[in-house]
Design a protein around this ligand. Structure first.
Ligand SMILES: Cc1cc2nc3c(=O)[nH]c(=O)nc-3n(C[C@H](O)[C@H](O)[C@H](O)COP(=O)(O)O)c2cc1C
Length: 214
């Protein structure tokens, strides 16, 4: 039976959601999990987990980050250098990627301290993470506040160079999906009837069907 929700269910206390909408948790729509790298003003590598993002192409290929914290290093660094790398980890290095959140001081080399390897990007002034199977080298295009005075911005960047492990673009080897492929962020799903919360976790994608078999 389908149910409708047009306001926060009584069982959920919005004040405890750290600024997220109750809809975020009731729907818990998975989104791609990436690590954005750039140089801080002191040239130390910065690494930021990002998940509210999507990709689109029209006269080029772009990433739209839906919600970048204006008070984080990523925002400050990218506003300065206008360049960044979007790194795609597979699950074997997920724990190291999460460690970038613990190593988040201005003086920190956030990539090395998390057990990962920084390498200079080819086309932009930013580090990229060697262990990630895909690195998108990008340039800043524009940013907008979602609402006036938001603490976060919508950020659009253009991909100018793609560095991808051939074992992942070859579907006869690892491929892009499944156990060794793209990760998705599943952000604390919640039952709006009981209030029961599931832990935040990471998802991997299983292919279901090719269209010609439909
Ligand atoms: C799975 C995951 C996804 C995240 N997605 C975002 C995001 O989309 N936008 C954002 O501003 N912070 C996001 N964060 C939080 C930042 O990664 C975190 O605050 C980080 O420490 C900021 O680093 P920085 O100050 O170096 O930019 C996410 C964290 C995790 C664990």
């Amino acid at each position: 039976m389908k149910k409708e929700f047009d306001h926060c269910p009584a069982i959920i206390n919005e004040a405890e959601l750290y600024g997220f909408s109750w809809m975020e948790h009731v729907m818990a729509i998975p989104s791609p999990l990436v690590v954005v790298t750039s140089y801080k003003e002191n040239r130390m590598p910065n690494a930021t987990m990002q998940s509210w993002c999507t990709f689109t192409g029209e006269n080029g290929y772009y990433c739209l980050f839906a919600s970048v914290n204006k008070h984080g290093h990523m925002y400050t660094s990218i506003n300065k250098t206008k360049q960044l790398v979007i790194n795609f980890p597979s699950k074997d290095i997920f724990i190291q990627c999460m460690k970038t959140i613990e190593h988040n001081e201005y003086e920190d080399d956030e990539i090395a301290m998390s057990g990962l390897t920084a390498e200079q990007a080819s086309k932009v002034n930013a580090p990229r993470i060697k262990e990630c199977f895909l690195n998108l080298e990008c340039e800043y295009v524009w940013e907008r506040e979602l609402l006036p005075n938001s603490s976060h911005v919508v950020l659009c960047v253009k991909v100018v160079n793609v560095c991808m492990d051939e074992a992942h673009y070859n579907a006869d080897k690892n491929g892009r999906y499944g156990d060794t492929g793209y990760l998705y962020n599943i952000h604390s799903p919640r039952n709006p009837d009981t209030g029961k919360t599931e832990e935040t976790c990471v998802g991997i994608m299983q292919k279901y069907s090719t269209y010609d078999k439909l």
